[in-house]
Design a protein around this ligand. Sequence first.
Ligand code: SF4
Length: 427
Amino acid sequence: MPKVKVSIAKADNYEEAQTGIRAVMEPLGGFGAFIKDGQSVWLKPNMVRPLPNVPALTDARFMAALIREIKEQTDPSRIVVADAPYRGYPGVKAFNFEGEYSGLKMKETCEKEGAEVIYLDEYKWEKVEIPSAKVLKEAEFSKLRNEVDVIINVPKLKTHVQPGITVALKNWHGFISWPYRRLWHADNLSQKLVDIFKGPGAMPALNIVDGIIGVHEFGPSIAGLPYDSKTIIASPDPVATDAVASYMMGWDDPFQVEMVRIGHYDGVGVGDLNEIEIVGEPIFQFEDWIRPNMDLIAVYPNVNVIVGGLCAGCKSRVKFAMENILKRGLWEEYFEKHGPLTIVCGVGARLPEPSEDVWYVGDCTQFGQKWDEEGNPRFAWDEETVAERRKLLEDPKAVWFRGCPVWFTALSDEIKERVRKAAEAEA
Ligand code: SF4
């Protein structure tokens, strides 16, 4: 059986994006192998949320080069660029944001190249069933997929504090409507993402990764750092794309990335490097690429983290908050006004000392642990335990962040708000 192909090309900067895209597509048969003349094409970038100093989005210059190259190689009837950013952040804002990073607005840039822009969050959704899904048995997919002939996934190369990476598979979170994005975020995110690809009309024909400037360390957004990765990766297989990207980002065995492992196991694609043929440039690993270190305890001075049975969802949000505030240089100001902070997270986490300024993270911190009659520790959600924990919230220094998991920016927003209020009070 022929191996699945993943193509790699180099592009030193965005001026070279079109040459790089041509080079990455050549060993895959060029765009003509995927788009027939007269067909319509949907390009789905990652528009999660624009940020001034972190290249979190598929770059507008990359999209422009891609549209130009598709038009030079084929004759499509229509090219649509469409995505819905992260929950609550409208497409109209994301597509019209003039990024300090690229200096360009995505909508204007794509339209100049003759493409049409659609804000998916304002477009039509339809409920679909996914019988072979393990967790996402139903979802809302954009109707746009039924109105085009070819879908091309155009993700960014980034690390991610929850599933490790966000490349081809994670970019399909934008394929489903906002309410369904909040589901299955505790410890099932990777499975859910793989499930999306099993849905009707969800498999893209091609994945082409903007890795010219990637994001490493605590990606995918403000707590990440830009990295000159100077690379473009392309493949018809999203799992193989992510396996190769994972290896290049420092995971020697891509199966250590849960999404890749599950994608392979569920038969959505090929995640085993031995079953992948690398074409174009030889595979390599980025020098000094930093993978997210998810340690929480005894890492941040003045922040005492008490952990119970903690899911990846809440863990990633606590870690994101710590690093986000560190990157913004706000911890000193916070401690000066509020003193040390204790964060309690996870099922059955032990309780802090009463004198501490304490934040309870997630719904499950309201449940405790007790011994049963045989002396075994048991998860306890009886009235007495819950009432005892609720009483702790009466302490004016206690804050309970609700959710399962909590909202991604809840903790960092609280810290920023307290720092802002303290500065205002002083002024
Ligand atoms: S609230 Fe508790 S159970 Fe829910 S994601 Fe967070 S740690 Fe897991």
